[in-house]
Ligand binder design. Structure first.
Ligand code: IPM
Ligand code: MN
Length: 346
């Protein structure tokens, strides 16, 4: 039976980079005679324009049913003042799919010895805690956001990080703010508890402020890093600039259910409305997200390698995208064709 994949291009450059990613996917599919079926749907701003919501219930149902989603990006200037926000669609999709472990590999293609895998908690913490509201009292405006975690939510993502660390350099850094936050204190306790099961993995706890500094000073030092939702959001953007551009980076958001892996695959960059529609977006983050999809959801490490090698080779030959070199670059579609040319598939 054919594997079904739900494709949500979203807004802005999301559409362009997903077209590139699908071109790669279809090329591989044809060459290797894979049975994959794509189904397209809407998310984000365009979905709001068409249907009044940032994601439809039926789309969420399909995402859960197929268990594999490839997503571009959401948002744009047009919806800044809109009551329903494009981002709500993405957050709802993540929550409903239950994809709690967000894997963000930060790998340098340009001779820097940087190769970090971030594991970001994705369905809890301050992004989702209640209450979240705004109110006025005695002429003052008050707001509240809630940072809430359960032990179970922390345990399951920390376990994913230990597993990844075990299969790499056996070195895990956990980032928190345990000198201030109660949630971080529990986080630390749980990391220590689970480390008993992974005695082969060395663990270090870093406070988020000093980690942010050390990430810039000595990125080579880190291998696998696990952290909560908001810290992970900020730190992975920071890490991205170390390797050249946000446009290079993919992500996999996963849930492990018995034997099954549920996956939402998306580049970590946004919809970049300033460059949307110009055919200059970097498609690598989206293309490598397809690579991660093959690795985690389709259990095809060989195809994951194939895609990574092709990207590596294309960059090594000196081809660049606009974000990497404004004076000497290929447009999105041409660059995608170069990756295909450099793919060693028979
Ligand atoms: C990301 C994005 C999202 C997040 C936004 C668009 C809601 O910044 O995937 O990192 O904050 O998680
Ligand atoms: Mn982000």
């Amino acid at each position: 039976m054919a594997k079904k994949i739900l494709v949500l291009e979203g807004d802005g450059v999301g559409k362009e980079v997903i077209k590139s990613a699908i071109k790669i996917l279809e090329f591989i599919q044809k060459k290797l005679k894979l049975k994959i079926e794509l189904e397209y749907d809407y998310i984000g701003g365009e979905c709001i324009d068409r249907f009044g919501v940032a994601i439809k219930e039926e789309t969420i149902k399909k995402a859960k049913k197929y268990g594999i989603v490839l997503l571009g990006a959401v948002g744009g200037y047009k919806w800044e003042k809109s009551k329903v926000k494009p981002e709500e669609g993405l957050l709802k999709l993540r929550k409903e799919m239950g994809v709690y472990a967000n894997i963000r590999p930060i790998h340098s293609f340009f001779n820097r010895n940087i190769d970090i895998v971030f594991v970001r908690e994705l369905t809890g913490g301050i992004y989702f805690g209640k209450p979240r509201k705004r109110w006025i009292k005695n002429n003052r405006t008050f707001v509240i956001d809630t940072l809430k975690y359960s032990d179970k939510e922390i345990e399951r993502v920390v376990r994913v990080a230990f597993e990844i660390a075990r299969n790499r350099k056996k070195f895990l850094v956990s980032v928190d703010k345990a000198n201030v936050l109660e949630s971080s204190r529990l986080w630390r306790e749980i990391v220590n508890k689970i480390s008993e099961e992974y005695k082969d993995v060395k663990v270090e706890h870093h406070l988020v402020d000093s980690f942010a500094m050390n990430l810039i000073l000595k990125p080579e030092y880190f291998d696998v890093v696990v952290t909560e939702n908001l810290f992970g959001d900020i730190l992975t953007d920071e890490a991205a600039v170390l390797v050249g551009s946000l446009g290079l980076l993919p992500s996999a958001s996963l849930a492990f259910k018995k034997e099954k892996v549920i996956g939402l695959y998306e580049p970590i960059h946004g919809s970049a409305p300033d460059i949307a529609g110009k055919n200059i977006a970097n498609p690598i983050g989206a293309i490598l997200s397809v690579a991660l999809m093959f690795k985690y959801s389709l259990k095809r490490d060989d195809i994951y390698e194939l895609i990574y090698q092709a990207v590596q080779k294309t960059l090594e030959k000196g081809y660049k995208t606009f974000d990497l070199d404004k004076n000497n670059y290929l447009q999105t579609d041409k660059f995608t064709d170069k990756i295909i040319e450099n793919m060693n598939v028979n």
